[in-house]
Design a protein around this ligand. Structure first.
Ligand SMILES: NC(=O)c1ccc[n+]([C@@H]2O[C@H](COP(=O)([O-])OP(=O)(O)OC[C@H]3O[C@@H](n4cnc5c(N)ncnc54)[C@H](OP(=O)(O)O)[C@@H]3O)[C@@H](O)[C@H]2O)c1
Length: 238
């Protein structure tokens, strides 16, 4: 971990922030990205107290492909490389299919699908030069299982799985590997704005998700943890 440059997109979210805190004492160089710069700054200060010595904050809106490219360029300019991208930015709009407005569908596709796509594209371009890299996409179980009220969200997340597998195939000759994380519900601020009634006490903890991502990042170089699937006992998808 010590020599790795790790870009966390969605670093201020429930999963991203927990991962960043766990990475702080490891010696990894951390690049923190999300839209709100003040939150990134506050997180950077907290990580310094936890032992992080190399932290860059990079306010970024990944729905804009030029900002996704700029993010990777900033990481390379500061730390010389990008070893790992953790794509943990996203949002959920969970409504019955006929209650979804065009703006809802656009929001899901623009952020969850296209934003992740642009971020992977931008990271792969800088990773290719060194012929090494690891892209961790936090998809969620609704990237491969359906759920009522999740048609727009599932459309975006199934898309992430589709493009990730294509990119992984194209990029394996450049030493770039992909891990897809299929977490069930994680108790995070993700659910603060979701209208669907859910029991957050039965969800996974962000720590569980962060530990799974750490496991994948720390795997020996020749090992590719391709998929990680962790579900809460109360809501299992088979
Ligand atoms: N929570 C769950 O139950 C669950 C389960 C499975 C998978 N997931 C997936 O895991 C990922 C992270 O979820 P979470 O629970 O950590 O969510 P969260 O707590 O709501 O965090 C979302 C993060 O994404 C960032 N973000 C939102 N829009 C962005 C944009 N346009 N550009 C850059 N960053 C943006 C947010 O920061 P700003 O607002 O400052 O931009 C925040 O850091 C998402 O893709 C989600 O779909 C979540």
């Amino acid at each position: 971990m010590q020599n790795k440059v790790i870009v966390i997109v969605g670093a201020t979210g429930g999963i991203g922030i927990t991962l960043a805190r766990k990475l702080a004492p490891t010696g990894a160089a951390l690049v923190l990205a999300a839209r709100k710069g003040d939150r990134l700054q506050a997180l950077a200060a907290e990580l310094a107290n936890l032992g992080a010595t190399r932290v860059l904050t990079a306010p970024t809106d990944i729905t804009d492909p030029t900002q996704a490219i700029a993010l990777m360029q900033k990481a390379v300019a500061q730390f010389g490389a990008v070893d790992v991208l953790v794509n943990s930015a996203g949002a959920g709009i969970l409504k019955q299919y006929n209650k979804l407005e065009p703006a809802d569908l656009n929001a899901m596709l623009d952020l969850n699908l296209k934003g992740s796509f642009y971020t992977c594209q931008a990271a792969a371009e800088v990773m290719k030069e060194r012929k090494v890299g690891h892209i961790c996409n936090v998809v969620g179980i609704l990237g491969k299982h359906s759920m009522a009220m999740a048609s727009a969200y599932c459309a975006s997340k199934f898309g992430v799985v589709g493009f990730s597998k294509c990119m992984a195939d194209e990029l394996k000759r450049f030493g770039i590997k992909f891990t897809l994380f299929y977490f069930g519900g994680v108790d995070s601020p993700f659910w603060d704005t979701v209208s669907l009634k859910v029991d957050r006490t039965k969800m996974l903890r962000p720590e569980t998700a962060a530990d799974a991502i750490l496991f994948a990042i720390a795997a020996e170089p020749q090992a590719v943890p391709m998929e990680v699937n962790i579900q809460p006992e109360s809501h299992l998808f088979f």
